[in-house]
Ligand binder design. Structure first.
Ligand SMILES: Cc1cc2nc3c(=O)[nH]c(=O)nc-3n(C[C@H](O)[C@H](O)[C@H](O)COP(=O)(O)O)c2cc1C
Length: 316
């Protein structure tokens, strides 16, 4: 998610689950080819498994950007055909490509030929006045024909005129049933459900007949729930047993990044929701919000917030 799931966020989420697949923010193929690649898509090996998401509509560029991603060590390259922002539409990528399944297939084909790691797609069920019942299977059939077997479907349309990106994540109605029917139509494809899922339990329930689910906003705003993912989904032990332990486990990473000149706030902003719904949550948020942005703020701010939060918990 743009501006949210940067490398600091992913490093933190990896502490909560060793197994959940994490995705980068979308990076355009042009930026990955010509920009400051290290800054844009650099990541720590500890984040694995992590997939690079690309945006674009030029098959050659996307192939080259995919190669760069594979060289950086990503385990999957994902093409975004679901983002509705104006900026994205003017560059002809994101959700407007739902109208151009042949071009999407050409892009995916070029990407798939360029790398040995899996290439996947993230899409909507349709855009604007498209008949989703028709448009979605048409797209999937083309995608599958070029050997792409994994698709993450945000189970609502994008309305490209008149809605903000934010509204496009809430207003068009969700249609989980349609996504379910795609699995029945394409049983050899991996169909991953996304959109409106609030909890792991809800994700598991709604994706029973599918191959998995993706949490976006809920994972970001209430990250502690990710700490159950390993046992609930992957049959493994959960790596941390309390939000406090998660913070302690993240401290060495933050210390290292501070030494490299990263500001504390760039990391702690991803932790604000960690104590969501627990005693001390407000103090946690307040101390981090007020103090982590100060020039030179260091780990003592995090320790102070942790201490204050723990004290509040004890008084309950
Ligand atoms: C701030 C923000 C940024 C997002 N950026 C991306 C992005 O870069 N690529 C993408 O595929 N989806 C992006 N999304 C959409 C989410 O991945 C997801 O599809 C959408 O929020 C619906 O899922 P959810 O209800 O679990 O959040 C973004 C969402 C938000 C809130």
């Amino acid at each position: 998610m743009m501006d949210w799931t940067d490398r600091h966020c992913r490093s933190f989420h990896r502490i909560l689950s060793r197994n959940a697949l994490l995705y980068t923010e979308m990076a355009t193929s042009a930026a990955v080819m010509h920009g400051d690649v290290q800054r844009l898509i650099g990541f720590s090996p500890e984040e694995h498994p992590v997939a690079l998401q690309l945006g674009g509509s030029d098959p050659d560029d996307l192939a080259q950007a995919s190669r760069n991603g594979a060289e950086f060590g990503y385990c999957e390259i994902n093409l975004n055909v679901g983002c509705p922002s104006d900026r994205v539409q003017s560059g002809k990528f994101g959700a407007c490509l739902m109208r151009e399944p042949d071009l999407v297939a050409d892009c995916l084909d070029a990407m798939n030929q360029a790398v040995d790691i899996p290439v996947t797609l993230k899409c909507r069920i349709g855009v604007d006045d498209q008949e989703a019942e028709q448009a979605l299977p048409d797209l999937l059939a083309r995608v599958r024909a070029c050997g792409i077997l994994t698709v993450i479907i945000h189970a609502r349309k994008a309305w490209l005129q008149g809605l903000s990106p934010k509204e496009n994540r809430t207003i068009p109605p969700l249609d989980y049933d349609l996504v379910g029917r795609m699995k029945a139509t394409f049983p050899d494809m991996e169909i991953i459900l996304n959109g409106g899922l609030e909890t792991l339990a809800q994700g598991l329930e709604q994706s029973k007949k599918l191959d998995g689910f993706m949490l976006g906003r809920a994972a970001y705003h209430k990250p502690w729930q990710l700490a159950d993912a390993d046992s609930l989904i992957f049959g493994a032990e959960n790596p941390v047993s309390s939000p406090q332990d998660a913070v302690l486990a993240y401290l060495p990473y933050m210390g290292d990044q501070l030494q490299r000149g990263v500001r504390l706030h760039s990391m702690t902003r991803h932790l604000l929701g960690l104590f969501h719904g627990r005693p001390g949550a407000r103090r946690w948020r307040r101390i981090l919000s007020e103090k982590a942005n100060a020039e030179g703020a260091g780990l003592d701010v995090v320790r102070e917030a942790l201490e204050a939060t723990s004290q509040e918990m004890e008084t309950i």
